[in-house]
Design a binder for this molecule. Structure first.
Ligand code: GLP
Length: 241
């Protein structure tokens, strides 16, 4: 694991965007695995600026997102498809037909997960996967569990994740209780992984992820086994490393 420390969120975002940008420059038709949550927003803002300046071309890029709430439509402003459109896709020259997010409106969980795995396989796997980190160590929506999930699965969100994500909804009752998420296996098959971690409230979990035992109870700890992981953390998040 490479730990790349940044002084603050702005610098963290620039560093992460630089790594993604290098990937797109080296392989213009690459497949980017993308994440939602507040952590990558600054990274997307940088990428948008560089694209507008003409320094970064998304025209041949394909993207696959990590996860989506079950039951939310793409038009719902809390859906992750909506998040990606408003925080990145609407502002860069990407072909939206090559941007993929699990289908939150598919009620048949088995079908939704199988279909999404087929998409990831069809696009040829992920060149670079961007990740945020949940307070309980989740990546995507892979919550602490007894085993690592091999492929896309439907998860029951934990109370702590519902609590953490309620800030985006009108009330806690509005937070969906389930989500479709790429599995840990899918994430681990990405050639390169970049994790963005910001803030003091992530310091303890980041320490466990980097230095603790590898266990599905801390899903991101599995990243210790990946050959090419870069953690970009600001000083507050990296305080215990
Ligand atoms: C959500 C997302 C994750 C994200 C996590 C952390 O649960 N499914 O992909 O990494 O939240 O979010 P934040 O970056 O806002 O702390």
């Amino acid at each position: 694991m490479v730990i790349c420390k940044a002084k603050d969120y702005k610098e963290l975002s620039r560093k992460a965007a630089n790594i993604i940008s290098a990937q797109v420059i080296l392989k213009p038709d690459c497949v980017l695995g993308l994440a939602t949550g507040s952590s990558p927003i600054g990274t997307y803002e940088e990428l948008i600026q560089w694209n507008k300046r003409g320094d970064l071309d998304f025209s041949a890029v394909t993207t696959v997102n990590l996860d989506e709430y079950k039951g939310l439509s793409p038009e719902n402003d809390q859906s992750y498809r909506y998040f990606m459109n408003t925080n990145l896709f609407n502002h860069v020259n990407i072909d939206k037909s090559r941007t993929f997010v699990p289908d939150g409106l598919e009620p048949d969980a088995e079908k939704a997960c199988k279909d999404y795995d087929a998409i990831v396989e069809k696009v040829g796997g992920i060149d670079l996967q961007l990740l945020g980190l949940g307070h309980n160590g989740h990546i995507g929506f892979n919550e602490p569990a007894d085993a690592f999930t091999p492929c896309t699965n439907c998860v029951d969100l934990t109370a702590s994740t519902i609590e953490a994500n309620k800030r985006f909804f009108e009330s806690e009752a509005d937070v969906p209780r389930q989500a479709y998420t790429m599995g840990i296996g899918t994430i681990m098959r990405a050639k390169k992984i970049v994790v963005v971690v910001s803030g003091q409230d992530k310091a303890e979990i980041l320490k466990k992820v980097v230095d603790g035992p590898i266990t599905p109870q801390v899903p991101a700890s599995v990243l210790q086994l990946h050959p090419d992981v870069t953690i970009v953390a600001d000083e507050a998040a990296a305080a215990l490393l």
